[in-house]
Design a protein around this ligand. Structure first.
Ligand code: SF4
Length: 293
């Protein structure tokens, strides 16, 4: 059984920079992260072990016990940051620059007279941050949401995407929006981030070669779920796991070529553990095959 790693996978620079900042010794157990820094349980655990406190979001401001707080890599609305400043906190901003680019892009579209539309998941923290400073907006995730556009009565749309969206899905949705008879004009800026794009391209390439894909990442990680989705579209068996101990030997029986990929918040050590365990399983299965043949 051959085992291959995707050519691009795992922690992106935005997530890594945010983790490095949160782990910085200068905080000395005096930091609270507002919102999940990354969608990865192992990273969240290791932050807690380093004395970093976590609260789910700005609505938990009353539970913050430290003077210093950090905004996550997913970004936050300016008004959220202001609320923290006004409450007397020292705010450290770990927003990824590629998320901030989306904030700037949508504000620029609004200033040019376009009604703001985000393609993404309306409850995702990144999307909440993108739209948090806007007077009005729409979030679209599928064709079923097109009725929202019609109801809004807005005919000139400025569209951006959540950074972790799938390019094919986004492009297809934008084309369909352009064709709606109740839409006059669309200005679309593709704001999918490069690391996400690279991981999607890599999983496509690897999925063409393997008969099983192991996808590593937090169960609530949007970009990890999309990697699984790509495999499903290609008809490849894929299993989404968070750590090596979730691997099931039965998945590998009779498989010729196994691929490994990981979302943008999966640390290298977690990938290495999974890789090592799969190599062990492969050796075990091959040993059993040679004994019975
Ligand atoms: S996934 Fe993209 S936008 Fe999000 S933190 Fe990583 S590089 Fe930044």
């Amino acid at each position: 059984m051959k085992v291959s790693l995707a050519s691009a996978m795992g922690t992106c620079f935005g997530v890594q920079d945010a983790i490095n900042l949160a782990m910085s010794p200068e905080f000395n157990n005096e930091l609270t992260i507002v919102g999940q820094l990354v969608h990865n349980p192992q990273v969240s655990d290791s932050l807690k072990q380093n004395g970093v406190s976590l609260v789910p979001g700005i609505e938990d401001i009353d539970k913050i016990k430290t003077k210093k707080v950090m905004i996550t890599a997913h970004g936050a609305a300016e008004k959220t940051k202001q609320q923290l400043h006004d409450a007397g906190f020292i705010v450290f901003d770990a927003s990824c620059p590629l998320v901030m680019r989306v904030h700037q892009t949508i504000k620029s579209l609004v200033s040019k007279g376009y009604f703001p539309v985000v393609i993404g998941q309306k409850d995702h923290v990144e999307v909440k941050g993108i739209v948090g400073d806007l007077d009005d907006h729409l979030v679209i995730n599928s064709e079923e949401d097109f009725s929202k556009i019609e109801k809004s009565g807005n005919r000139k749309l400025g569209i951006v995407t959540q950074t972790t969206q799938q390019r094919d899905k986004v492009e297809a949705l934008v084309e369909k929006i352009r064709a709606l008879d109740y839409v006059d004009e669309v200005s679309f800026v593709n704001t999918i981030c490069q690391p996400t794009h690279d991981r999607q391209v890599a999983v496509h390439e690897l999925a063409d070669q393997v008969d099983l894909m192991i996808v590593i990442g937090g169960y609530n990680s949007s970009n990890t779920k999309k990697l699984v989705h790509v495999c499903g579209e290609k008809g490849i068996e894929a299993h989404h796991i968070e750590s090596f101990d979730q691997l099931d030997k039965n998945w590998f029986v009779s498989k010729q070529h196994v691929g490994i990929t990981a979302g943008t918040s999966t640390p290298e050590n977690v990938i290495n553990e999974v890789h090592t365990k799969i190599l062990e399983i492969a050796e075990e299965i091959e040993g059993q095959v040679s004994l019975t043949s």
